[in-house]
Design a protein around this ligand. Sequence first.
Ligand code: SAH
Length: 353
Amino acid sequence: MSRKDIKSMTLPEIKQEFAADGHAAFRALQVYHWLHRGVTSFDEMSDLSKAFRQQLAEKYTIANAVIEQKLESKLDDTIKYLFRLNDGEFVESVVMNYHHGRTICISTQVGCKMNCSFCATGKSGYSRNLAPSEMLAQIQSAQLDIGVRISNVVLMGMGEPLDNYDNVLRFLELVSSEEGLNIGMRHISLSTCGIVDKIYDLADKKLQLTLSVSLHAPNDEIRSRTMPVNHRWGVEELLKACRYYNKQTGRRISFEYAMISGVNDSDACARELAGRLKGTLSHVNLIPVNTVSGSGYKKSTTERLQKFTRILANSGITATVRRTLGSDINASCGQLRRRYQEEVADVESLHQK
Ligand code: SAH
């Protein structure tokens, strides 16, 4: 029988199972505390008897994220991690130091199916969903490594969170639990490329997290060229779902817009975007596109970014240009795993020669 992923279980679920297995009632909370402090084995649960630890190890596993590589920016305090999961897969996370505390950007899948043309993650293919425990493990490993509390989480690393909806929702419940990392929903952002049916489902949950939507284009013609998901749900359908999200949660949506020179950064694009966003509680985040090898895309110039921002502002749409952190360590996600895969492939092909 395969062992069960205990860190993906809620406290009530562990309580119930421990009761059924005849363990004392207080053991559940004791074990839960250990798990959420980030122990990597039952042996580290030092106040449990050896026999009990052994029983646990026979029935359950603990999902870990072991640091395979760590890159520290010399320009700011950004740290990028490449983590190895129990089955040998790799995911990336980035820790950023803001005035309001440490923020970690975590991955929700190994790879991604969405294939946005500007994104490095899609280029390395899709392998599998992450379990809730593996999302937690990224935060725990980073926090133990830096020795400072991580207070904010963004689900903006590798993968599409709403394509792994059930696990992501369970993760949100675990990470915000008082007995766990206790990171409140207002300190969590979830970024989606626009899986419309799941935006409706999430809206109905009425969580107080921040929803970021990767829009990146003002119309279907441009968006379908860069984001295949747009063939399934077009811009209007997406924005309608966003307005529903506004209504259900009372929360503003943060629209991500990667500025790609000559593709989506013209004055006409800015005006069209402003028109489209009228009536949506929104904030636009403009990000100079990160050049990914093989994409052929170039960053918009600073002047373009300023002009674009001004046009939006004149139409009453607030927009900010996102500060780039960790640019010397290639901090945007997807690039490290890809490079690592290429290196491993190189080594393997050397061995075959
Ligand atoms: N799948 C989710 C979350 C992961 S991507 C989503 O699509 O939102 C996190 C953010 O980085 C998204 O806004 C994505 O569009 C953006 N992104 C990906 N590649 C980028 C690049 N090369 N330059 C700038 N932003 C990029």
